[in-house]
Design a protein around this ligand. Structure first.
Ligand code: CDP
Ligand code: MG
Length: 732
């Protein structure tokens, strides 16, 4: 049509314009609704009808149909003969679900577990579930998974799926990974930060342990680099079973990719061609079905009413990492006859999750990446164009079941000239503070000499070391301090660990523990649009502690506790029960670590100023100063930053001179998320490397005690707080 260089251009005339758009949207929603009903009924019937035996049989058949099954014995032979093997196979060939089982069947689990790492939590959970079904066992028994703050394994577990971060932490406790007989590092092509660090560590482990098998899997063909890194180890290719995919580029750049994607999906849907649709969107906000519905109602979808009336139902199924797992499972279920599935995904569906039956891919051409932003001095998740390698992976999703089509919502010239060939590995673009902490505690002296496949830029490394130095985790020589050593014990960002550690001496560890747990779980509050967001906001105000979002969180938790951790109470107060339960679990786990590390739990009772000071002790480097009414600027950089409308401090008529923030979120503006009012003097006391207090005219000198390599950072970072009066309390 208008968008694509495809040959059926004439067909476009069949789409008349301006026909009762509103009704059209309604019809679609009706269809979608009907589809979902039908879908649910179908699943119910199917589950009731199919006996356990029939289910088992089909699962076995499915396993034997996978491309990897044809080379099972060859694979096992090459693994037996080599300690490290690179396995390459198209997405969907069976690497993730089958390799672990083959190793189990071949006896490797008789003397250790088979571990399989995933860069994404969702993949670890959903694959473990699938494999436990294939092995006809309960999830958490023979087959289990572990992700941060959630361990679903038991004594019985022989196949363990986990995030790469979990294995990395396990290597701290047990540097030779003695519990494992084999480790599969899955999705290596993703080059996640933790995978890259594991590469270096595991290579050493294998050289010490001749009985450990290391298998590195990749969905892309550029595996020579992996093989070379591990010392020219063999590469095993799983012969694929793929069908040709027609690639169609947009003729003109698209302004709104959601709009363009919806339009394209509808064109496919109404064309009469068979097969499911997979749409790639950059992030969750674009996917949430709500936004899709809104788009459907917008006037740009110039379809003929009759077309929609006669159109078969369409089931729109979202998938992104934060989606509750029961909803995630939907994408794997087969749609009933006559219903077309339209999956709207983030790049999670690029290689991590395989969905069968996709014939059409619609690719918006963007993904979200975590990139260190020097302007704000921290990582920011932002939307970037994908790489050519991503684009080709995405297109490949359409050719698994039969010949397919991929609609790229960007021009051929953008593909050729504006996209990188491959994405820059995470290790080269993000903050490395946690990695530095971990490697230091593993005894790696000179990080710049660590065996990285692609070493991070020296600046990144130094900047991360600097951040750890200001938190007191590294000393002037760059060695780990006792505080740093303690920080490694917590599966948290360095500043959060620091907050927990100092809280004990400040007499508020029990309170800080709750706050840290609350900060480790996304979205506690929900703001339903019905009856209106104001309803939930009003209830939320009841919890507000005017000087602090952190204390507001503490308040919520304490009230929930006072109400016997009730879910009804949560519902009444627009709070996610599931999230709160998670907070409680996280709290229990962090508490265990504190007990192990002999950090006493003490509460400060009602003296909450102590808590604010404790938060300041870990976040003084993220401070902002009042500039105008409701306007703040970063104290160190002068960059404007704004209170988020959901903040307890927002619009309360109370604007403290100094605040610290938990993180910056960049949307239309730079927003500070989760802020707490602090005393200006605390900043000078706790962050003397940045701040000093200017006494009328003469300024108190702070000696420069910085490691040499950081003097240049400090020069620009050092600022003086205007000292209005010498009396404490006047700052606020
Ligand atoms: O790892 P790779 O991409 O090579 O394939 P896989 O993830 O092992 O997927 C093999 C098959 O298992 C595919 O046909 C998937 O559709 C199926 N699968 C599933 O049905 N449910 C899951 N949660 C995971 C995989
Ligand atoms: Mg896989």
């Amino acid at each position: 049509g208008i968008l694509f260089n495809n040959e059926d251009e004439k067909e476009d005339t069949s789409f008349e314009k301006n026909i009762c758009r509103f009704f059209m949207g309604l019809f679609l929603i009706f269809h979608v609704f009907r589809a979902e009903q039908k879908f649910a009924d179908h699943m119910k019937e199917k589950n009731e009808a199919s006996s356990e035996f029939a289910k088992k049989k089909t699962l076995l058949e499915q396993r034997q149909y996978l491309p990897i099954f044809a080379v099972r014995q060859q694979l096992l032979n090459i693994i037996r003969d080599n300690n490290i093997v690179i396995v390459v196979g198209e997405t969907g060939s069976g690497k993730t679900t089958q390799l672990t089982q083959y190793l189990h069947e071949d006896g490797y689990t008789s003397y250790g577990m088979v571990g399989c790492t995933q860069p994404r939590r969702v993949a670890a959970m959903s694959v473990a579930k699938r494999v436990s079904e294939e092995m006809n066992s309960n999830l958490g028994e023979e087959v289990g998974y572990a992700i941060r703050f959630e361990d679903c394994t038991s004594e019985k577990t022989v196949i363990k799926y986990m995030t790469d971060g979990i294995l990395l932490r396990e290597s701290l406790r047990e540097s030779d990974l003695d519990h494992y007989s084999a480790v599969i590092m899955d999705e290596a092509h993703e080059r996640s930060l933790n995978t890259d660090v594991l590469f270096g560590l595991l290579q050493e482990v294998v050289s010490r342990r001749s009985d450990l098998k290391l298998i590195v899997t990749s969905a892309t063909m550029d595996s020579d680099k992996f093989a070379g890194f591990f010392g020219n180890v063999p590469i095993f290719n799983i012969p694929g079973r793929t069908f040709p995919v027609d690639i169609l580029f947009s003729k003109v750049p698209q302004e709104d990719y959601v709009e363009a994607a919806v339009k394209q999906a509808l064109q496919i849907h109404l064309s009469g061609m068979m097969g499911d649709i997979l749409i790639f969107m950059p992030g969750q906000e674009d996917i949430e079905v709500r936004r899709f519905f809104t788009s459907l109602l917008q006037p740009q979808c110039n379809m003929r009413l009759e077309d929609l009336e006669n159109a078969p139902p369409l089931a729109v199924l979202p998938i992104y990492s934060q989606l509750p797992s029961d909803l995630q499972a939907k994408i794997f279920q087969k749609a009933p006859d006559g219903v077309r599935k339209c999956i709207v995904a983030t790049n999670i569906a690029e290689t991590s999750l395989t969905v069968d039956g996709i014939m059409f891919v619609v690719d918006a051409g963007y993904c979200k990446l975590k990139v260190f932003n020097p302007r704000i001095g921290m990582d920011a998740l932002q939307v970037y164009p994908i790489s050519q390698a991503n684009a080709n992976q995405r297109a490949g999703r359409a050719g698994r079941t039969g010949p397919g089509q991929c609609y790229r919502l960007y021009t051929q010239s953008a593909f050729k000239n504006e996209m990188l060939t491959t994405t820059i590995p995470e290790i080269q673009r993000t903050n490395l503070a946690n990695v530095v902490l971990l490697l230091k505690s593993l005894g790696v002296q000179d990080l710049l000499l660590f065996h990285f496949m692609d070493p991070p830029p020296e600046d990144n490394m130094l900047n991360s070391m600097y951040q750890l130095w200001i938190l007191g985790a590294l000393d002037n020589t760059g060695a780990l301090t006792p505080t740093g050593r303690l920080m490694v014990e917590f599966p948290l960002d360095p500043a959060l660990s620091k907050m927990l550690i100092v809280s004990c001496d400040m007499g508020c560890s029990a309170d800080i523990l709750i706050i840290v747990s609350m900060l480790s779980v996304p979205s506690i509050f929900y703001r339903p649009k019905v009856p209106s967001v104001h309803c939930s906001d009003q209830v939320r105000e009841k919890f507000s502690v005017p000087e602090s979002d952190h204390l507001t969180y503490l308040n919520v938790y304490l009230q929930w506790k006072n109400n016997n951790y009730s879910s009804i109470w949560c519902n009444d107060h627009f709070i996610h029960t599931k999230a709160m339960r998670k907070v409680r679990e996280v709290r229990a786990q962090l508490k265990d670590i504190m007990v192990q590390q002999k950090i006493n739990l003490v509460s400060c009772g009602s003296d909450w100023d102590v808590i604010r000071k404790c938060i300041c002790a870990a976040y003084f480097h993220q401070a902002a100063k009042l500039k105008g009414i409701g306007e703040y600027v970063n104290v160190r950089t002068g960059m404007p930053c704004h209170l988020h409308p959901t903040s307890a401090l927002f619009g309360m008529g109370y604007t403290p001179d100094y605040i610290i923030y938990h993180e910056l979120v960049m949307t239309t503006k730079e927003y500070m998320q989760c802020v707490t009012a602090v005393d200006g003097e605390w900043l000078a006391e706790l962050g003397p490397m940045f701040y000093s207090i200017k006494h009328a005219g003469k300024s108190r000198q702070v000696s420069n005690i910085l490691p040499e390599y950081h003097t240049q950072h400090i020069q620009c970072a050092f600022v003086t707080l205007d000292h209005k009066t010498s009396h404490k309390g006047q700052f606020l």
